[in-house]
Design a protein around this ligand. Structure first.
Ligand code: ARG
Length: 572
């Protein structure tokens, strides 16, 4: 159980004993050190509802409150706040247990099957910066949920189907005939552009492209082979990006739009049988009164076009069925740009209506804002083009390499490259993960690569500083007891104990920035501790205990950074 759940449970029991079982305990970390470590603020609300004196009620609650072995002091403040001072021994034992356990002593929640749909780029072009956020945020969530013992199933719902692929395969035939296919496919961006030029300039080519779409969707082996060739090249580009980014996606996680192709007629068929679809001007639509416009007209969610073709929406319905029926998902998380919000809301509503997702399966759109350039507009190249992701990541490493060289010119080139990779990629990821995902954010190299402030380099450096304490300490007792005396020791231990709470929060609301914020505060707390409580100059048990606190800090930082997908180094 997390520390705040534990305190909450105890205060809740005391509220029940005091005659207000339904009042929320409102337990939270204390806002100031003089208020203790935790506060329970629920008494005022409860007293108001009961029309009784809040201080008297607080006294009754405190009399009934059993925090034996957890708190050393409980006080009533102001109109009826309950301030809880945790017991140093409790924090010491908790820290020791965390140090010994590979999951830092956290209790695993009930394990669920969680499907995470993330990255999911369209394969017609190379991955660009627009795919960065889903890839980074999704990966962090997958790691956190996995760490908490859930069965995480990654689904890379790539866009590998649709009319564009007719054009691309037709162009592939042309370039193959000219003997240029391998060369042209090297740069998918150019390949796409050239195909589009051909499509626009030649009526005959455009007809062929359209014919290829029909053949592709009809399962023509010859065209399918070309299509597969293109998709393979595109996917290997993606894998290159994933490997560089250090995200956990692999070819086995790809479950693209094409995978549902054969099932789409069934999807619409089932909806028809249930009487959920209506023919509207030749198209098949699901009317959703819950998304009515101002005049009360229900929204029309199209599942089949007039020409019989299926859509993005149909594929997503098929994917939900697969995830629920075949993957046995308890929860499905879609990490997709906020601009697709309406699509997901309507898709989820349709799934509920059709029973594709029963009520006990949670469907969530984890939306995020846009990555902006310094000019406050969506991030673009100087000439206004889209920025290829792989080039952005190369630049991150290059910039980090320069910085490392300036800071540590004496390092070997190999070491510089290794550090530059961790710092450059870490900076890009952390810049995203440290901000609330719903807001747009400005992508700024100087800020994200700064060694000061809430950045990856700051945290990576903080980690190496803790490690350097151990290099200087030499042999030490990894089983030594932790003894908490000084205020700075206690504050650090309290913060360390909150790791589990933070993970629970991230798993619940899917906002990784809570973890970033936590790690940043932890690093700062460690600095305060380090200044107030000498480690290496201390002696005997005190020295051993402080080294243990430092070890737990390092372990928590490393684990936390790892859950964000960011590497730490022992030295840099
Ligand atoms: N390929 C889509 C795009 O680039 C994102 C797919 C998200 N996942 C999904 N199941 N719709 O916009």
């Amino acid at each position: 159980m997390t520390i705040s759940q534990l305190i909450n449970e105890r205060v809740q029991a005391a509220l029940a004993a005091a005659g207000v079982p339904d009042a929320p305990a409102v337990v939270q970390p204390a806002s100031k050190p003089e208020f203790g470590d935790y506060q329970a603020n629920g008494v005022m609300g409860a007293a108001k509802a009961l029309k009784t004196n809040p201080r008297e009620l607080a006294q009754k609650v405190v009399a009934a409150l059993d925090l034996a072995g957890i708190a050393e002091k409980v006080e009533i403040a102001g109109p009826g706040f309950i301030n809880i001072h945790l017991a140093p021994e409790y924090l010491a034992r908790r820290s020791e247990a965390a140090l010994k356990d590979e999951r830092l002593g956290i209790t695993l929640p009930e394990s669920k099957t969680v499907v995470i749909d993330y990255s999911s780029p369209n394969l017609a072009k190379e991955m660009h910066v627009g795919h960065l956020r889903s890839t980074i945020i999704g990966d962090a969530l997958a790691r956190v949920l996995g760490f908490l013992g859930h069965k995480v199933i990654r689904q890379n719902h790539v866009g590998d189907w649709g009319t564009q692929f007719g054009m691309l395969t037709a162009y592939l035939v042309e370039t193959s005939q000219a003997g240029n296919a391998a060369l042209e496919l090297n740069d998918l961006e150019t390949f796409y552009r050239n195909a589009k030029v051909r499509f626009d300039e030649s009526e005959e080519f455009a007809d062929r492209a359209r014919e290829y779409v029909v053949r592709l969707q009809g399962g023509d082996e010859e065209v399918l082979k070309l299509w597969r060739q293109f998709v393979d090249v595109s996917l290997s580009h993606c894998q290159g990006v994933y490997d560089k980014l250090g995200v956990m996606l692999s070819p086995g996680d790809v479950m693209g739009e094409s995978a549902y192709n054969d099932d789409l007629a069934n999807v619409v068929g089932e909806l028809s049988e249930m009487g959920i679809v209506t023919d509207s001007e030749g198209a098949k639509v699901v009317f959703l009164p819950e998304f009515a416009d101002q005049d009360g007209n229900p929204a029309a969610y199209i599942v089949q076009k007039k020409d019989g073709g299926f859509l993005y929406s149909t594929t997503d319905l098929g994917a939900v069925r697969y995830r629920v029926r075949q993957l046995h998902a308890d929860r499905v998380i879609y990490v997709v740009d906020a601009r697709q919000s309406l699509h997901f809301q309507q898709m989820f509503a349709t799934c509920r209506k059709a029973g594709f997702a029963p009520a006990n399966v949670v469907l969530e759109h984890i939306a995020f804002g846009t990555m902006m350039g310094d000019d406050g507009k969506p991030f673009k190249t100087r000439s206004g083009g889209t920025v290829k992701l792989i080039e952005l990541l190369d630049e991150a490493e290059e910039r980090a390499y320069k910085l490392v060289g300036e800071k540590n010119p004496e390092l070997s080139d190999d070491e510089k490259r290794k550090i530059a990779h961790a710092v450059g990629i870490g900076a890009v990821k952390y810049a995203d993960l440290s901000k609330s995902r719903m807001s747009d954010y400005i992508f700024n190299w100087e800020n994200m690569l700064s060694f000061e402030g809430n950045t990856a380099p700051y945290l990576q450096y903080a980690y190496t500083r803790v490690q350097s304490v151990f290099r200087k300490a030499g042999e030490y007792d990894a089983n030594a007891a932790i003894v908490i005396g000084e205020a700075a020791e206690k504050q650090l231990a309290v913060q360390l104990a909150q790791f589990e709470d933070v993970l629970a929060t991230v798993a619940d609301g899917c906002y990784p920035h809570h973890l970033s914020q936590y790690l940043y505060s932890l690093a700062q707390q460690f600095s305060r501790f380090y200044e107030a409580c000498p480690i290496l100059k201390a002696e005997g048990e005190t020295r051993a205990s402080r080294l243990q606190l430092a070890a737990l800090t390092a372990k928590t930082l490393k684990t936390g950074m790892g859950l964000l997908g960011i590497a730490v180094l022992d030295a840099m």
